[in-house]
Design a protein around this ligand. Structure first.
Ligand code: COA
Length: 237
């Protein structure tokens, strides 16, 4: 009798593990259709670990490298703008619990009572550095860079370079004039930031900040490489 009970227990264990394995395979190797939006010219490498995939909305021409973890439990969403790159092993957290008197943590986590969850928005042309963590409610502004291993707990203005734990602005991607040139190359007129918006941005965040990006004109050979890669990814000139 004891032996039969032990065999039944082992079978139960194997069934549970098998179900868990199937769950992990589906979770870590999802199809394009599982996402809220993952257009044809956007790519995501596997494995990834994403809770609610239908709440992930990527625009076209997004590149998500392997190892993305999204901890999202309920209604919150993640929006990712065009031309953005998410480096390997990035974590995005939209789900957040709020300590509540009388509820043990394990039940708080399962009940979601008083959760302070919120969307994460990553705008266009952003580079999220490897192993960084983006917290609930954060917006990463257009063209910003998140340094490797940063913990981003507050929103980041357009074109900032942020790094550290918690992340702080350590520089600006380009000079104001170069941002205007960059925007002309990437966006139609109606999508570009205006000169006034950029002046305001620089006054608010980038006084005395180091400019990181490169503004040397591209050689013919470099232009050819960019042209080929744009064509491959379906980006019109
Ligand atoms: C943030 C980053 C873009 C800056 O690059 P960079 O222009 O080469 O910067 P530098 O090496 O000149 O460093 C500038 C300063 O920032 C500091 N710094 C650079 N990267 C940092 C990071 N991730 N976190 C904290 N500080 C950082 C440097 O120590 C240096 O400090 P100092 O001025 O006090 O000496 C880069 O370091 C980074 O993190 N890139 C992400 C790489 C990645 O994820 N690759 C995956 C491929 S998709």
């Amino acid at each position: 009798m004891k032996k039969i009970r032990s065999i039944l227990s082992d079978i139960g264990f194997l069934l549970r593990e098998g179900r868990h394995l199937l769950y992990c395979l589906r979770r870590d190797y999802p199809s394009r259709q599982d996402f809220g939006s993952m257009p044809p010219h956007s790519t995501i490498s596997f494995p990834c670990h994403i809770g609610v995939k239908k709440n992930i909305y990527a625009e076209d021409f997004v590149k998500i490298r392997y190892g993305l973890t999204v901890i999202n439990a309920g209604q919150e969403s993640v929006f990712i703008g065009k031309y953005t790159v998410i480096a390997p092993d990035v974590t995005i957290i939209t789900n957040n619990h709020h300590p509540t008197v009388s509820i043990p943590q394990v039940i708080l986590g399962e009940s979601h009572i008083n959760d302070t969850s919120a969307n994460v928005t990553i705008k266009e042309d952003v580079w999220v550095g490897t192993r960084s963590t983006i917290m609930a409610g954060v917006t990463l502004g257009r063209g910003c860079i998140v340094g490797a291993n940063a913990l981003v707990s507050k929103s980041v203005p357009p074109y900032a370079l942020v790094a550290g734990v918690p992340a702080r602005i350590i520089g600006v991607k380009f000079s104001l004039a170069d941002i205007e040139r960059h925007e002309e190359a990437l966006y139609p007129q109606e999508e570009r930031m205006t000169h006034e918006e950029l002046v305001e941005l620089f006054q608010a965040h980038y006084k005395d900040k180091k400019v990181y990006g490169c503004s040397v004109p591209l050689t013919d050979e470099q232009q050819e490489i960019v042209k080929k890669l744009k064509k491959k990814r379906g980006i019109k000139p």
